[in-house]
Design a protein around this ligand. Sequence first.
Ligand SMILES: [Zn+2]
Length: 821
Amino acid sequence: MTQEEIYAAIKGVLDGEQILAFAKRYREYPLKLSFSAYAQGIDFLAREYLSSGLETKVTSFPADGRSVYGDRHFPLAWDVEAGWLEVDGKRLADYAQDTYSIVPFSADSAGVQCGRIIPSEELPDKLSGDEIALFTHYPGAAEISALRERGLQAYLACVNPNPVHPSLENSRRWFNDAFGAGQIDARHQTICGFSITPREARKLLEKYRSAGPVPAQYLLQSRTFSGQAPCVSATIAGRDQRVFWLTAHAYEPHATNNVAGVACLLAAARALQQLIADGTLPQPQHSIRFFHGLEVFSLYAYALRYPEEMANAIGGMSVDSLGRREIDGYQERFVLWQDPRLRQDPLHQSALALVKIASADSGIGYYTREGSSNNEDLLQDPGFGPPWSLLYGSLWSEPGAAPQNRYFYHSNTDTADKLSPLVLRTAAAIAAAQAYYCASQECPAKPAHSPRTAMISTGNTALEKECDRMIVQRLLPGPLGFGTLSDDLRAEAAQILGYHCLEYWVLEDPGSNLYLFDGRRSIFEVAQIAGPEKLEKYQRLALLLEKAGLARITRRSVVGKQDILTGLQSLGIARGALLMVHSSLRSFGKIVGGAEAVIEALQELVGPEGIIAMPAFTDAEDGSPNPPFVAAESPVEKWVGVLPDVFRRHPGVIRSQHPTHSVCAWGQNAQEFLASETPLDIFSLTSPWRKLLDRGGKLLFLGEAIGGNTYLHALEAWHLGYMDETYARMGDKVVKVQNYPDGCRGGWYKLKRRAPYWQALEKTGIIQENTIGDARVTLLDVQQLTAAMLKIFAADPAILLHKSGCRDCAQHRARISFKPQ
Ligand SMILES: [Zn+2]
């Protein structure tokens, strides 16, 4: 079925009014703010999924404020019974009237208390303990902590006493908590906090100005405790173990954030279940799982507790902060957040295609953004799982939107009458259609590997060069973020990012993009992707992550063509040299210009009168799954290295005809060098390998590549006589290959510099070495090596083989016939 057909079928059974009615019912749970009520809400959702016929599971995580999942502490549980604040017998805040009156995670007041309200900026230096601070801005975590330590017991807050829109005069802001961790953890203690309206805040300010501190009484009955935080998952079974996830967080009490998301997904589940049951949609290949928990904490915790489930995840979509009806002539648009810079993925493409289909159908606009601007950014992190798309509404993210377009965000005015049945129905249809479409692909779109960064030239400033050396290695599993930072370090992060707010989701804004620190890209390369003008900021953030123990910064070398050329010249390699090059470019750190730069350095080194040769081996042995050897096409086996395969395609480079052991060469005499009278005998006396000896060639190892010294096989063929034969496919023929180096060579390949023959060679003094970047570069003169190896073979002709315990090496050992000349 096409995406259009799937979308139309699903939309046909969705009813926007029903989704709205469900949102109203569900909202009663998060609206109480308490963890106990939240847990009842999860049970309510579980029963709804169960009654819709889905396999449903409730999983709990310790809400102890100590357990760390991914980058953050799981919050402490908190319940509230009652809370109010009175001035002159009038309640400015009352939980019983409006739950938004209480700042979540507020401390218990130990009975009714009396105090005096004073604007926060006018508190005396020495507090007497009965002051109640009045904040007319969003109180910062450091601010609250400092006042609590000085003895403050309570505060009132209203973000702005002169609101941007008249409808906010009697509204209350929802404060998740005032500690910047989103939800409190065991490192923090709180005091009593109340949220008041701008109108009341202004009255209090006037009262204070005319008569000084304003007497007040307050009560808070609350409990912070080590509890449990449940989350619910419900599954529509596919035919295999792989799963597409639809997620919506269930904790916030606002109609559009994210009660609407929860309601949309429940409706999506019911619609899919119904359409699959009545045969309109065939059962999908993969399962579809619905998930609701605390913000995204629960999802991280779940992913880390059940890594095998995340390994089976093919992708996901999170639905959050949407569903608003038209207000003041302003209509919400859909926002699709995904980061293709990190992973090009077909799932992202299909999500975008669906949003376009839904937009054309419903008249609701849309736009896309790279990366989100909150904690859900971590869903883009490869440390978390597969690619996740985030479907939002534009209510508070509209670029350049006037404030009135988002005025009710996170306040008690975000009520169900703000919800649009059309937007709810359309969002539910997008989510369900994306899940069903992705779950129905026979060959699931596998989470793609991060694409290799294109070789970006190194910058020129000292900062750019330094940052191109620095690679951020994560020290913990899971996504990388600021959630577990101490208050001090979070304050430092805020300063680096230029924010006054310490809430971690604000810090993890698109500017931080910490998920681009993947252990391979340098800080410079991360900045090239996320914002080159922010290079210094990224460097400071990386150092902060290191200080916090979340990451380690390793430094790599950055070398260019000239560094390589100079390094090789200092080994005494001159123009006209005949070089057989083995390589492991990874050893160098970063090479500006990549493999091409290395090839150019080698060409300049020997000039056209010399010869650069590299092994270009292929596995075209008869019986291998590879196609037959074709010189112009067959790629070089990966174990030979990246360099030979780039060299093979480099202008002027030619390749010999051999199904398993072809050689590539460049230079004006390359043709003659590669020509052999007996081309299928790898190491015949007219082979390039013999010419290396006869013409005073040299073996050059760039990086740790000595384990792959093919010339030793030539010596085995000429002097030890234990080589093999095999059959290989070349074009449409099967040919017999002679002097084929089969077997394990237990005394050589893997031991590298620890191999007994190498240790013997080290005593001869013929090994020349140098360092370029992080790489060791080794040069051997072929005639000197041959003479030295013949002495080593004379003492122990089985030195390249296992001594015992290997049938393969035993067979070769039995065939040794040493020829000293
Ligand atoms: Zn062996």
